[in-house]
Every structure is written in structure tokens, then in C-alpha cells.
Design a protein around this ligand. Sequence first.
Ligand code: GLN
Length: 536
Amino acid sequence: MKYIFVTGGVVSSLGKGLTAGALGALLETRNLSVRIQKFDPYLNVDPGTMNPYQHGEVYVLDDGAETDLDLGHYERFTSGSLSRANSLTSGQVYEAVIAKERHGDYLGSTVQVIPHVTNEIKSRILKGGEGVDVLITEIGGTTGDIEGLPFLEALRQFQLEHGRENVLFIHCTLIPYLRAAGELKTKPSQQSVAKLREIGIQPDILVCRTEYPVSMDMRRKLSLYCNVPANAVVECRDVESSIYELPLALATENLDELVVRRLNIAARPSDLQNWQDVVRKLKFPTHRVRIGVVGKYIDLQDAYKSVYESLIHGGIANDCGVQIVRLASEDLERQGTKPLENLDGILVPGGFGDRGIEGKILAVRHAREQGVPYYGLCLGMQVAVIEFARNVCALDDAHSTEFSPGTRHPVIDIMEEQKNITEKGGTMRLGAYECRLQPGSHAFAAYGVDAVMERHRHRFEFNGRYREQFTSVGLRIGGVNPRTGLVEIIEVADHPWFVGVQYHPEFKSKPTQPHPLFAAFIKAAMKYKKGFASVE
Ligand code: GLN
């Protein structure tokens, strides 16, 4: 069993998660089994309670763990599916240590960061990697942060205990370009490596984020000051058009070869065919569509990360470039639906809280009435139901009880099991549930199977009381949960492609395995665009 730890220096947002993911992808192409996990130094038990401004998207796993969006990168780049054991925060570490202390497990000792907290962290490294050849652990935050120290200390101990031949450190760092001096600068990297060495960690490989090529001279300088062999200074220049070029870019720099040599792993050479195909389809697509994403956190890069990625994957499946047009639902409330013209498809993603809800309902109405392909995810399905109730069934004040607790027509209502829950963290309907598909539906056609498992994260649901009333005038139930009877998929029968799902399919799409519904949505958008072109 081999362990790789990925740390970051100088600044945050260096793309450590992508580096970890891309390395995982490369190792998998060498026939190694890989798992990737994230340690985050903040004190929240999980990111489930943080808002998107703080933390971007909350990524949900099959087992219901609410995790950092980097876990999304890991699942998209590698084949494995991750579990709760692959996401650890300081909050969880302290929660576990304090629970043990109260239980009497440490009876007699003073409970301290070393060894109790560090032991807890080390035990989670072992647990996270059970059953695979290589475990990659990314440490969130930046070297030098006070909060990160217990994690780094645990890693130092881990290498001592498991042997240098089994444990490798990769440090991701920034090589800034100073325009005035016309130079790339190595000093910040020298200093962040010095910080690591102070703790007793010597990185084996430096991954250097840079906008410009890192010259041989520069590599030698980094090598000398950071005590890393010159061939282990890896340049990671901003990729041209897509993050999925990263495995290829890092392979050119021999990253995977450096890793297998240093860890003495007997592995076949890498086979990059799949990733080359992905990149070729992304760069030179035959078709193009414009998809509008109507959301609340539209100006944030990361709030709908997996949705944007999955749309791109849907494009890959159809040899189609997807241009994503981000639309703030509140703007639609002010300006009307003009910004929706010229779109080949409209997607409303998940969300919470009533800000911008009416704008989303406007977008749904436009899509339904104009025959534009519509794809609603979680809240996007709920607003589609509200729109249908109001404008097709004339239930004027139909709403979700999330936004209008006293509505006369609660077409979306809180789930029975959610009614008595008062705590916020980890209490929604979370994780994978089965959905039985209805033959004849778009969903059934897209998936091509009878039943699927999809991930959930919500408190409200389709109110079954209205089922008959809606289906009698053209709403189609595309799938239900066989155990509870809860409606999982709604479709508008008399429409080219109108699908709302109560779950989050965006958490199960990969560039190498695009999610069937995203692929079908993009296909419908291509068809819509074509129909339009021939009318013109
Ligand atoms: N706010 C809605 C609910 O809790 C939808 C949640 C979501 O879109 N993830 O049911």
C-alpha cells in the first residue's frame, strides 16, 4: 500500500484538488487502483451548513456524506466511488476525540493534539485507503496556516511509521510572474517549502502552477533551494481550454513516472487514449449548443460546479460543444424572459431559500410554452411542478411550503420524516436512493434500464395528493422511489424534452462516462437548435 500526500503553498485555489484528481487518473491508466480523499482543516463537521459564498458547491456521496467540491473532481477523474471515510475535517477529528474522552477511552491521560488528535488523523488515513494500491490524500488550506498544523504533524509521523519508500509528498505551489520585473519568482515557493521542512516534511515533488514556462534554470534554482531533484520540479501551466487536459499535461511532465519510480511501484506504462479522446472531443466538436443555467449563485465560479461539468460531459457524449450562459434568476424577475431567447436548452439547478424563485418559475414557463428543452435538478424539478400547477392547472397560489408555508396548494411539501427535525447539519434526505423508471418516459429512454440509484439532498418533495390532478392534464411521472412511492421524476408529456428530477444527477457524471440524462438533454438541445434552423 502506497500513500501520496498533496499539500499546497503560497496561495489557496491553486488547483490542488485537480492535481490530485489528474494524478489519480494517470495512475489508473497504469492499472493501479486508486482512491483520493480530502482533509480539511476547518472546524465545521462538514461543509453541508456553509453557504456557497463561503464554500462553493456541497458535493454529496452515495452514502449521504456532504463533502467538499474537490471530492467531485476526484470522482470525475477516477473510477472509484467515494465514501464518508474519504472526507475529514478538523471538526470531525475533534468531535471523535472528545467523544472518546467522554466515553473514557483515554482514561488516565491528558488528551492532547499530539498524540490523540494526530492518532485520530492517522487512523483515518489507513481507513480511507483500505483495499486500494494507492491512496492520495489532499490537505486543504495553505502551508503555514495554524489550523493545518495537526494534519501536517500527523503526516510527518505517518511517513516515519510507514517508511519513506511507501509515503510520498507532493507540494503544489505558485510561481508568480512579476510584470514590472518581467520575471517568474521562486521565493514564495522556497519559503513555503521551508515551512514544511520546519515541521519535518520534505516534499519529493513540486508541482508549480504558473502562467509561463518554467525554464531549466528556474527548475535548478527551485531544486537547490527546496531540496527537490530538478527532474521532480513539475511545471503545471494553466491549461488551454479544459481541466480535462490536465492528466495529459502532467503526463508530459512525467508526474506519474516520478511517482511510481519514487514509490517503487511495478506498473505498466500509462495508456492515455481515453483522456486524449475526451480532450479531442472537447476541443473540436462538430456541433454546438447554448444552454442557459438559471440560478441564484450564478456569479460564483464554484456554486454549481458539478452541474457545469456534467453539461460539458453531456456535450462529449454528443460530439457537441456546450456554451453555458449563466443567468441570475432575479434578473429575469426584473427584465422578463428576453435573456432566454436564443437558448437551445434551459437548466434550473438545485437551491434553497426563496430569493429568485419567481424568476426560475418564469424560466420554466418559457421553456414549457416555447418547447425549449428543460432540465430541472432538485429545486429545478420543484419549480417546474409549481409552474405546472399554477399555469396549467390554474392553482393560482400553488407553491412549496418551503417558500410559502400557508399556501392553499402545497404542491411541494416537507417530507414526513423531516417534520420533527430541528438540527440543520446532515439532516436532509441524503445520498443514494433507488428510482424505478416509467417505460415510455424520456428518463427511461435515456437510462435504458428499469431502475437507477441517484443521490439526494433535500427536505421537500412532490406532494402525492396532486398526482392524479396533474397527470390527467399532461404531467408524466417518469420515475418513483419503489419503497416510499415518492415521485422522483416529472416530465411534461406534450413537450419535446421536459424533465425534472428530485435528485442530483450531476454528482454521478464523468467525462469518460457522461450521465445519461445530461447526454439526452444536450441531444434534445441539438435537435431543438436544428429544428429552429430549418424553420428559419
Ligand atoms: N430546497 C429544496 C428542498 O430542500 C431543494 C433542495 C435542492 O435543490 N437541493 O427540498
